[in-house]
Design a binder for this molecule. Sequence first.
Ligand SMILES: [Zn+2]
Length: 246
Amino acid sequence: MTRTEALFRDKPYLTSTEAAVLGINDRGGVILDRTVFYATSGGQPGDTGRFLRSDGSRIAVAATVTGLTKDEIVHVPAAGEPLPEVGETLKLEIDWDRRYRLMRMHTACHLLSAICPFPITGASVGEEDSRLDFDLPDAGFTKEGVTEELMALVAADHPVFTRLIDEEELAANPSLVKSKNVRPPAGTGRIRLVCIGEGSSVDSQPCGGTHVGRTGEIGEIHIGKIEKKGRENRRFRIRFGPLPAG
Ligand SMILES: [Zn+2]
């Protein structure tokens, strides 16, 4: 197991860094001592981008995933790209436009979970479209109504920040965990809470993803659809832009 220093956790706006190659795994994945590349987790896709070598050449990175443990971050070069040498120093650059859209979408999903306070059974964050599945028998929610509530939280430009808590504090506040199936890892000691609003007035929940610093950065979003997925499940789709007329 190799531990990679995950710079995106405390610095989600950091787009590049230098890093050393610690190893190449048996599938050609590159493991570094530190990284700005987020690895696919919690419904948020991993980053794409590139490595810049000292000779000026580039290695395109097509995906970032976790390895044997959540602490091991594996950078997957695009097909046909050369592999760096172990020990080599690289400059890393993520595709920032894509990541920033994912950060805005991911933060919007937190707002939706605050508006719709039911257990979450599935989540997927995308550049154009995100979805959250709720354990929710009868909607009673309309896309117009939820869009209005989402946009009120965006317009209020609430701060988004993280706070570390210990397992005792989490155990004493079970409502912090919104996901029905995914529990924060036990035995790690500290749990990272993502909080929205002064004093967490809007929401707080454990999350390891990347988020924008203020809700205003999300920009205009709307609920594209509320789908019935079984008797006790509703799927909400969030999209960028205004709610289409009609
Ligand atoms: Zn999150």
